[in-house]
Write a protein that binds this ligand. Structure first.
Ligand code: PRX
Length: 630
């Protein structure tokens, strides 16, 4: 399964295009299937309908855990590094993982959870979060993990959208110097959720919380008592493994559905190849399990490869910006996978925080979530990789399940800022606005994929039509990524960023429509328009233009504070705008369409080059907005 040279990569790539069924079936044979597939793939992007490893049956946890117990029972699966550096790290072997997952799976059953039921996981980055995901998969329940930074309102929306029966949470969580009241947020969210019968609460901070007698159950009163064995529930290859909500350019976040067999094969394969993972390596992906990177490269892919990986509860700058480097030295991390925003923020803290650390265990560095600017790439290369480690700039999305375009570590020659070449099985094409394929090199267009891959999105939960219109209707017979992309003279791909109304803040997607509707709930706001602007640390910052009621125009301080509060309540603190400008109107065409192009330019500070403003209903508004620019 592992690519051994650049020549081999090219050979594998060609095979994957010419004989995709043979290519993927050979890879899939490395896994444990309860029942083999009858056909490798069936697909029709028009509907869309995509199926992989048809009629096969399996349980992904058997592949993540049980099959490793013969040879690797005592191998460390996870090294848990707590938020507080003075608290001991904890090593969890595959045997212990098995025990914990099986016990929890039995506890879930006891609480009435069955195959197909949805379970919401709202937990910090602690081992229990991983046990929770795997315990769901063990019994065929479908997990939906909600990032701990989302508000009660966001949690309510997600729980209701997929009608979760159970929520698994903790009393509180530690993040840097803060203690966050997770259970209180769940209590608030559940006031509006009818489907939830129980809340399973693990103790992390020991803070006092309310427990509702008939609904809430402490983990330690039900899980440890259960049996160590729970027979895996075999599910169809296309049985949903999880639902993960992500923002788009319109409406509320949608639940991206990933299924079992294809996701397993794809994430495991990409991990093994992109990182050139070897059995003795120590892998560390810094993503939170609330995002797809955490699902695929903290939980599933490393376990599928019997890896040892670090799970870190805290943040990069607590207690100081040496924390990442200290952890790398402490645990001899060989593969380090993080986001450009973290690199930029640590870069801005100065070299004093990194130079005392040896970092000589590092072999491969990875980047994910947003374009990595050249300055950050060089800093990462020089100061973390000591100019001896390949950097894999991995492009992919929540919808793709796993890495799509990326160098293969130490095999693909890299270029700063380039995700380089597609992995075997991935057929990217660039198209113009009309969907015509752009051939050759040195071109720029919209990035689409023309053939299915096993880890791809199957539907958006409860609304298949939305999946079709978002990803498969823009261009006929193509999956549209929403990203712009360049292909250079070496046929290397460079992702240039979103071409839709999605903002990528610190590697997290935030839809402008979602932000605007949150802002518009404020009683003094008539209307708003949100755009992105370049931000030194976050990659993109959020700039909100808010039309405010005339009577309130003088109350800038108060209203901006309230807007920030509103967004924190409606979405969560991660979506807070960096800049808020109160305006009397927005630049609109005569037909009432907001000219975002102009607002984007003003936010970027490119005011000398606004283009044609003569078609605006009120061209003078542009001067007012420029004058009040933040
Ligand atoms: O715009 C691309 C950007 O992040 C988007 C996907 O966001 P999300 O679904 O939250 O998943 C993030 C982690 C996989 C993409 O549409 N993106 C992701 N990785 C890169 C990237 N942009 C440039 N280079 C990357 N390596």
């Amino acid at each position: 399964m592992q690519i051994t040279s650049f020549e081999d990569y090219k050979k594998q790539y060609q095979k994957s295009v010419e004989q995709p069924e043979l290519f993927w079936s050979e890879i899939a044979q490395h896994f444990t299937w309860h029942k083999p597939w009858e056909k490798v793939v069936e697909w029709d992007f028009k509907i869309p309908a995509v199926k992989w490893f048809i009629k096969a049956a399996l349980n992904i946890t058997e592949n993540c855990i049980d099959r490793h117990l013969k040879d690797n029972a005592n191998k460390t699966a996870f090294i848990f590094e707590p938020n507080n550096p003075n608290e001991d790290a904890q090593k969890i072997t595959y045997a212990q993982l098995s025990e914990q997952v099986n016990k929890l799976a039995n506890a879930l059953k006891k609480m009435g959870i069955k195959k197909n039921d949805k379970v919401c996981i709202y937990l910090p980055m602690i081992p229990d979060a991983i046990y929770a995901m795997l315990a769901c998969a063990r019994i065929g329940a479908i997990h939906t993990v909600v990032f701990g930074g989302f508000s009660a309102k966001s949690l309510t929306d997600r729980i209701n959208d997929c009608e979760c029966k159970l929520v698994i949470t903790s009393d509180g969580s530690y993040r840097g110097s803060k203690t966050i009241p997770m259970k209180d947020t769940v209590d608030e969210a559940l006031q509006y959720c009818k489907s939830v019968a129980h809340v399973l609460v693990t103790k992390r901070t020991g803070q006092s919380i309310n427990m509702l007698n008939s609904r809430d159950i402490y983990w330690d009163t039900i899980v440890p008592q259960q049996s160590n064995t729970c027979a895996p529930e075999y599910v169809d290859s296309e049985h949903p493994l999880f639902i993960l909500y992500t923002s788009g350019s319109t409406g509320k976040p949608k639940g991206v559905v990933h299924t079992t067999g294809g996701y397993m094969v794809y994430t495991a394969y990409t991990f093994l190849n992109v990182f050139q993972f070897k059995h003795s390596n120590i892998f560390w992906c810094t993503a939170d399990i609330g995002w797809v990177t955490g699902h695929s490269y903290v939980v599933y892919a490393p376990l599928l490869n019997a890896a040892t990986s670090v799970v870190f509860e805290g943040t990069p700058a607590y207690p100081n910006p040496s924390r990442f480097w200290q952890i790398i030295d402490k645990h001899n991390v060989s593969h380090f996978y993080t986001a450009p925003t973290a690199i930029r923020s640590l870069m801005s803290s100065g070299l004093d925080y990194i130079t005392p650390y040896k970092l000589n265990s590092i072999q491969v560095l990875g980047s994910v979530g947003e374009p990595i600017n050249e300055e950050a790439w060089h800093w990462y290369n020089k100061h973390v990789g000591k100019e001896r480690c390949p950097i894999v700039d991995t492009w992919w999305q929540t919808e793709t399940g796993g890495i799509m375009i990326s160098p293969i570590a130490a095999i693909t020659p890299t270029k700063p800022g380039y995700a380089t070449l597609p992995l075997p099985g991935i057929q990217p094409i660039l198209v113009d606005e009309k969907g015509n394929e752009l051939y050759g090199s040195n071109i720029e267009g919209n990035l689409c994929i023309k053939f299915p891959w096993p880890g791809m999105i199957r539907t958006t939960y409860g609304d298949h039509e939305r999946c079709r219109t978002t990803y498969f209707a823009t261009y006929a017979n193509l999956y549209f990524t929403g990203d712009g992309c360049k292909r250079d003279k070496d046929n290397y791909y460079r992702i240039t960023g979103r071409v839709d109304d999605v903002i990528n803040v610190s590697g997290h997607r935030i839809g402008t429509a979602e932000l605007e509707s949150a802002i518009n709930t404020h009683p003094s706001i008539v209307e708003s328009a949100v755009v992105a602007f370049p931000h030194d640390i976050k990659g993109q910052g959020i700039y909100a233009y808010c039309v405010v009621l005339e009577s309130n125009r003088q109350k800038y301080e108060q209203i901006t504070k309230e807007i920030l509060k509103t967004i924190t309540k409606e979405i969560g603190p991660i979506a807070k705008p960096d800049k808020i400008q109160l305006v009397t109107n927005l630049p609109k065409t005569r037909s009432g369409k907001i000219m975002r192009r102009i607002l984007r330019k003003i936010a970027e500070g490119e005011i000398s080059n606004l283009g044609d403003t003569s078609t605006l209903l009120d061209p003078l508004i542009v001067n007012e907005i420029i004058a009040g620019r933040k």
